[in-house]
Design a protein around this ligand. Structure first.
Ligand code: ATP
Length: 212
């Protein structure tokens, strides 16, 4: 008798520069993993454009993610993009992940600010053939911004149950509690401590990152 095929897993990937990771990323990652009952949720730091990036910046950004998620075994650090030598398009990463996890359902997590500009992403239509998009509420941005209304009209899922029935191509807005944090505010020294992650703050101090 042959063993039954394993049931497909729901795999989440949360891409970002994480320069540095903050409470907006961390709290929303914990929310989305729980809300969607994802079998895994990987934080996927990307390369920065050459004028901002350096091998040490990549290393520091990955290390800060590692420190931030250390208390949460439901979150993992994924070095797929940083292990390449150049910036990669999200669509290429998703193609690679699809090969790595054949048959599983891929969910890419983005903030509402990113949805507004999705049609500027390289081969954005193919992105929606490869995965679902889980969209986080973010203070200052709404589903009326930019491309969001047209995208939601065409690809919007009314519920998580509806999204789960399709293998890809659905966009779901998440009811996560908004956290008004940004990496820009941290780099410029304007973010309150409550929006930062204490282990990451200590790392930033120790390594003298983001001098002003
Ligand atoms: P920067 O200020 O440098 O632009 P950022 O704070 O937006 O950085 P990124 O690493 O660029 O952080 O964001 C990665 C992803 O996380 C993006 O899809 C972004 O929309 C989302 N995101 C960032 N901050 C928040 C937040 N506070 N709430 C919800 N989503 C967020």
């Amino acid at each position: 008798m042959s063993t039954p095929a394993p049931s497909p897993k729901l795999r989440g990937f949360y891409g970002g520069t994480f320069d540095p990771i903050h409470q907006g990323h961390l709290q929303s990652a914990l929310f989305v993993q729980q809300y969607c009952q994802l079998d895994s949720l990987d934080l996927l730091p990307c390369h920065l454009p050459p004028h901002r990036d350096s091998p040490s910046s990549s290393l520091h950004r990955a290390e800060m993610v590692r420190l931030a998620i250390a208390p949460y075994p439901q979150l993992q650090l994924n070095l797929l993009e940083l292990s390449r030598h150049t910036p990669s398009y999200t669509v290429d990463t998703l193609e690679q992940l699809q090969q790595q996890y054949p048959g599983d359902t891929l969910c890419f997590v983005i903030g509402m600010d990113s949805l507004a500009y999705l049609t500027r992403w390289h081969r954005w239509g193919d992105i929606l053939k490869l995965c679902h998009l889980l969209v986080l509420a973010r203070p200052g941005y709404t589903s009326a911004d930019g491309d969001a209304p047209a995208l939601l009209q065409q690809f919007g899922a009314a519920s998580f149950a509806q999204l789960k029935r399709a293998g890809s191509g659905q966009i779901l807005l998440l009811p996560n509690p908004p956290v008004d944090a940004s990496a820009t505010a941290i780099r410029s020294g304007q973010a309150p401590a409550a929006l930062q992650i204490s282990a990451v703050q200590a790392y930033i101090r120790q390594h003298g990152l983001y001098p002003r």
